[in-house]
Write a protein that binds this ligand. Structure first.
Ligand code: ADP
Length: 206
């Protein structure tokens, strides 16, 4: 069985990731299951029992910025070792709601942790490993905050300022510019139907 592929969904809170995740998983299953591949859906921070415990702490407790980045990467190491790497090796495809780009965007862009520290952690935890495809839901911060406030009560990150999300969005776009072959950027101001048409094309081309 050929090795599976690793797909990540990224974007600032309220951009629309969750709206498309289950739908995308179903489209992907329809595409890869006939060839004998399963689709594993997972998320970060989280995806393992330890990772989900760390998620609860990370999303709800204030902490030092470096502690926050280290815990994100600790949860990621566990996720890679327990879930992502074994799944890809047995030929499954993995779809993750966030991965390392989110740590660059939130802890780097949003909170200002120097990029070289994040790059060192990225090398340590994942070597040269990167997703095969990252779908970035991009939307102006004002639109995202309107969508968030209409939809739900905020967690620690979702309570951040407009300026924080501007920096987060910019860092996502910088990461996309750095690796254009890996990223597919969705203009998330479009309607849900229009976005799904684009995503259909993405799935068909994988
Ligand atoms: P995220 O997972 O990126 O934080 P969600 O998918 O939870 O964002 O979307 C936040 C809110 O915005 C939800 O209420 C959702 O219905 C709405 N929404 C998502 N995508 C669109 C869109 N393309 N147009 C209008 N509203 C949207």
């Amino acid at each position: 069985m050929a090795r599976g592929k690793f797909i990540t969904f990224e974007g600032i809170d309220g951009a629309g990731k969750t709206t498309h995740l289950n739908w995308f998983r179903e489209r992907l299953e329809a595409q890869v299951e006939p060839a004998g591949h399963r689709v594993v859906m997972t998320r970060e921070p989280g995806g393992t029992p330890l990772g989900e415990t760390l998620r609860g702490i990370l999303l709800n407790q204030p902490m030092d910025l470096e502690t926050e980045a280290l815990l994100m990467f600790a949860a990621r190491r566990e996720h890679l070792a327990q879930v992502i790497e074994p799944a890809l090796s047995r030929g499954d495809w993995v779809l993750s709601d966030r991965f390392t780009d989110a740590t660059f965007a939130y802890q780097g862009g949003g909170r200002g942790l120097p990029r070289d520290k994040l790059e060192a952690l990225e090398r340590w935890v994942q070597g040269g490993f990167q997703p095969d495809l990252t779908v970035l839901f991009d939307v102006p911060t004002g639109t995202a905050s309107e969508r968030r406030s209409a939809a739900r009560a905020p967690d620690k990150f979702e309570s951040e300022s407009e300026a924080f999300f501007e920096r987060t969005r910019s860092e996502y776009l910088r990461r996309a510019e750095e690796s254009p072959q890996r990223f597919f950027i969705v203009d998330s101001t479009r309607s849900i139907d229009e976005i799904r048409k684009k995503l259909e094309e993405v799935v068909a081309s994988i």
